[in-house]
Write a protein that binds this ligand. Structure first.
Ligand code: ADP
Ligand code: MG
Ligand code: MG
Length: 902
């Protein structure tokens, strides 16, 4: 239904079906939008008659008529894509008004002010959305808003900030006149008075807005295909602006920021819906409605329950109260922060609204990151200077330099600054700036303003409606009382409490991190941690794919294990050489002129490596560790500047000329395709010998203390089986020696990384020697696409803009290309060695979409950085649950191969 009617249309129909009060209307399907763009912006032939029939039907139900001089029918024209796109599309209210029907409306309602308020809103919206009268680049104010301000100044003692509701009917009449003149002056066209023409224009504008800039930007960010199109909803108007017994609001069935089970939202008296969302007047919390209209409040409370028990998810809904009567205008699954998503899922399972599998799927893997996001350091915040308080709209702590425009925020972020975007209120034009910022602060608007909605979805920290701040866009300054800040000054905001602090406030770890990593918080005292644990327990129950971690030292290992990693998937041994003085021993080794000297230098490196391995093995407590042998080109270890070379020369007592000569010798034109990976160990086998010895001696020592140890030695960059054979032989020889020396028996495996396309294509041969594979998807992507990750910045963004590639291939696996090589390698490897262990390491291991791909490809594990482990575990569990849901469509490759063998 959603695909055809759009989210809004489908849910309006659904609410009507279950008996909720929805004004009647009809929906023009998304197919029309697709047709519109496929056919040079024309409509299917049968559309016009169907619209006519739809209008006639409405007229019958309501006993009103479009354009009628006694009882005019007014409608809203609303866009609605399949997935809601907040603020992307434009809605037109009160359509059907003209100089005659406005009189009729005034008479019928016995409320002249109300009728003209509707009319001026209609002319304003229609002029903007359909006729294109909008703010020009050189203007500070929306032209309609400017007309309003001027009129207020003229008629109401120069008070341009007076609320709109204080304008009387005469003023509103004058506004309509001036709006029409403005439209005429800007477009050369008259404002259309024929309601049917108005309707035609409005429908065209909604379809047109599908391809406007900000809609395209939004779809690109969230990966929504352009082909989906939007639907158009035409719906009879209800009026929240008839006076103080009417109003309009937006509410959530639970708190979308904290996740707490409370009725959450806000409303404005005497207002049409756009006023609440636009953030121009700051609304009242929905609980206050009980003071003004207790009856309507009761109705809403009961609707709140009905919605949750019907849709089985937290709803974000829009309502209007006309003369005490409640109408529902929209409902959808509420956008939420990661924190709230977690709490909703766990609590709704407890309330038996959903089962645990659904609960697991309800938390977007990407959003789980927010649960681990930093908060302000408790001590630092005590000493910080609180300057103002606003509404908590997007949780977390953020601190950055303030910028007052989206463009300047983007610019500063590109320069590497941490940016806080500060606006009176945000609009979709600010989207780019919001993406670039770490946090957002607005002076106006409530918790369901544009800024709040978008921030929560992006997981940005956001504080809204900080009414005490004064912003001067021209001077680029912000003033709060006697405190004064200019562009580039630091501010800190807490999106959980709504507090705003002067300057830079230190941030601290989240509760989950405090419990698991810092061990400074009692788990029983943290609801968030308990919810997190529940979710992770469910994940463990559901998952097939394991999650390991990329770690090179004991601390990282401990963190990852605390997050539930099932071992180390990639230990980059070269990282161990960079710390402190170790690098010197390594350099000595590289500068050595004979095998003898090299062995001597390597002997100095050995104890360091052994110590690190001992530390990691202890933290792993029997979990496996994949240890990769030296991978980068040797030149990366040598100093490149003359000054550093002189230093090294003094330190090692080697003439600087010799160092320079060696650096020159090791220089490569294309080092990533050069002397690196297993090629190093093949030419200098003593390097591999040393590394193997460090691993086995460490293993022997830890094992003697009664702990299990499972080393898995991984040889990088294999393209030929014989490369691996040679290196494996070295490893086995050293293993035998160490076992004899230490009088222990060690269990270990030797395998390889598949990162050279030739390796993937000859995986059946390589698997004769390799006991496991780990797909090194960073290099595999570089080599398959012939694109260097480090140099692709100059063209990759353009490639994404032009849709040559949909996602950054270095973040999300290119499934059609690189993914195919992985599948080929998996199949070939299993044909030789059915029980081969298969994993991936590389950046992709922490990307939810790539994790799901790995599940479907039948891999054994993914490996990612310690703090991404929970995200990957969640994605893996979700993939497994999807599998059970549709077993026929998505059989893991593992099973397929196995059954073929039988
Ligand atoms: P958006 O997608 O930007 O939320 P909507 O189509 O939901 O746009 O319209 C915005 C607001 O206009 C709604 O919140 C609602 O309050 C108001 N609105 C839309 N249709 C009607 C209607 N038929 N009667 C009264 N108000 C309406
Ligand atoms: Mg809108
Ligand atoms: Mg809406």
């Amino acid at each position: 239904m959603k695909a055809l009617l759009g989210g809004k249309g489908a849910n309006l129909a659904e609410m009507t079906r279950i008996g909720l009060p929805v004004p009647p209307g009809f929906t023009i399907s998304t197919e029309v939008c697709t047709y519109f763009y496929d056919n040079k912006k024309t409509y299917p032939k049968d559309l016009q008659p169907q619209i006519k029939a739809g209008v006639v039907h409405l007229e019958k139900i309501l006993g009103k008529k479009l354009g009628d001089l006694n009882k005019p029918l007014l409608v809203s024209v609303r866009s609605g894509a399949r997935d809601s796109m907040p603020g992307m599309m434009d809605t037109i209210l009160n359509l059907g008004l003209n100089d005659q029907t406005v009189q009729a409306l005034a008479k019928a309602s016995n409320n002249e002010r109300f009728a003209w308020d509707c009319y001026r809103r209609f002319v304003q919206m229609y002029g903007d959305v359909v006729m294109g009268v909008q703010k020009r680049a050189d203007e500070h104010l929306d032209p309609f808003e400017e007309v309003i301000e001027n009129l207020k100044v003229e008629r109401f003692q120069g008070d341009k900030h007076m609320v709109d509701t204080a304008m009387d009917a005469d003023a509103l009449k004058e506004l309509v006149k001036r709006f029409k003149a403005l439209i005429k002056a800007r477009t050369g066209e008259e404002f259309p008075s024929d309601p049917r023409k108005q309707l035609e224009g409005a429908i065209g504008a909604v379809f047109g807005s599908w391809m406007n800039d900000r809609a395209i930007v939004y779809r690109r960010k969230y990966g929504i295909p352009h082909e989906w199109g939007t639907a158009v909803n035409v719906q009879a108007m209800v009026y929240g602006n008839t006076g103080e017994e009417s109003g309009s609001g937006v509410a959530f069935t639970r708190d979308p920021a904290s996740g707490e089970r409370v009725f959450y939202g806000e409303f404005l008296l005497n207002a049409q819906g756009e006023d609440v969302v636009a953030g121009i007047r700051t609304p009242m919390p929905v609980a206050k409605l009980n003071d003004y209209m207790p009856k309507a409040f009761k109705v809403l409370e009961s609707i709140r329950k009905t919605l949750e028990s019907h849709f089985k998810d937290v709803q974000d809904f829009e309502f209007t109260i006309e003369a005490g009567e409640v109408f529902m205008l929209q409902t959808r699954n509420g956008k939420r922060t990661g924190l709230a998503a977690l709490r909703f899922a766990v609590e709704m399972e407890k309330e038996k609204l959903i089962d645990w599998q659904t609960a697991v799927k309800r938390v977007p893997a990407e959003q789980l990151d927010q649960v681990l996001a930093p908060i302000f350091d408790r001590k630092a915040i005590k000493n910080a200077k609180l300057i103002a308080k606003g509404l908590p709209a997007g949780p977390g702590a953020a601190c950055g330099k303030i910028y007052f425009s989206g463009d300047r925020a983007v610019e500063a972020a590109h320069k590497g600054e941490k940016v806080l975007l500060v606006r009176m209120e945000t609009s979709p034009e600010d989207l780019r700036g919001m993406i670039a910022a770490v946090g957002i602060l607005t002076a106006r608007g409530g918790v369901s303003s544009h800024a709040a909605l978008v921030a929560r979805q992006m997981g940005k920290v956001c504080v809204c409606g900080v009414s005490a701040v004064q912003i001067d866009y021209e001077k680029r300054t912000l003033t709060v009382g006697e405190n004064f800040f200019k562009q580039g000054d630091y501010l800190s905001i807490d999106g959980t409490s709504g507090e705003v602090y002067a300057g830079e406030v230190k941030t601290a770890a989240s509760e989950v991190v405090e419990v698991l990593v810092e061990k400074s918080l009692d788990p029983a005292k943290s609801v968030t941690y308990q919810n997190f644990k529940k979710l992770m327990d469910w994940c463990a129950k559901a998952t097939r794919l394991q999650v390991r971690t990329n770690a090179d030292n004991p601390v990282q290992t401990a963190n990852a294990v605390a997050f539930g990693a099932s071992g180390i998937g990639l230990c980059r041994t070269e990282h161990m050489f960079f710390e402190g003085n170790r690098i010197d021993a390594m350099r000595e080794m590289i500068l050595a002129e004979s095998t003898e000297d090299r062995k001597k230098a390597l002997a100095k490196v050995l104890p360091y490596q052994r110590e690190d391995f001992i530390g990691m093995f202890k933290e792993l407590k029997g979990l496996p560790a994949t240890i990769r042998f030296l991978d980068p080109p040797l030149h990366e270890f040598l100093p490149q500047s003359k000054e550093q070379q002189m230093d090294l020369s003094k330190k090692l007592g080697i003439p600087v000329e010799r160092i320079m000569a060696r650096v020159a010798e090791l220089h490569e034109f294309n080092p990533m395709l050069g002397f690196r990976g297993c090629r190093l160990g093949i030419v200098f086998s003593e390097i591999s010998e040393m590394q193997a010895r460090a691993v086995f001696e460490a293993a022997a020592e830890v094992q003697k203390k009664g702990m299990k140890v499972k080393p898995e030695i991984m040889i990088p960059l294999i393209g030929f089986k014989r490369e691996l054979d040679l290196q494996v032989a070295v490893v086995h020889t050293v293993a035998q020696e160490v076992m004899k020396e230490k009088k222990v028996k060690l269990a270990y495996m030797v395998g390889t990384m598949i990162e050279v396309p030739r390796g993937a294509l000859t995986a059946d041969e390589i698997a004769q020697t390799a006991q496991f594979f780990s797909f090194g998807t960073n290099d595999l992507t570089q080599m398959t696409l012939g694109m260097s990750r480090d140099d692709s910045g100059s063209f990759l963004p353009k490639y994404q803009e032009l849709d040559i590639i949909k996602r950054n291939v270095f973040a999300t696996i290119d499934q059609a290309g690189v993914g195919q090589l992985i599948k080929i390698a998996v199949e070939k490897a299993r044909s030789t060695r059915p029980d081969i262990k298969l994993g991936i390491c590389g950046e992709h291991g922490g990307d939810p979409e790539s994790v799901k791909f790995c599940h479907r490809a039948g891999l054994t594990y993914v490996s990612c950085s310690p703090f991404r482990v929970p995200v990957a575990r969640l994605a893996a569990a979700q993939a497994a649950i999807d599998d059970i849901a549709k077993p026929a469509a998505k059989k893991p490759l593992a099973k397929k191969t196995a059954s073929r063998k039988k």
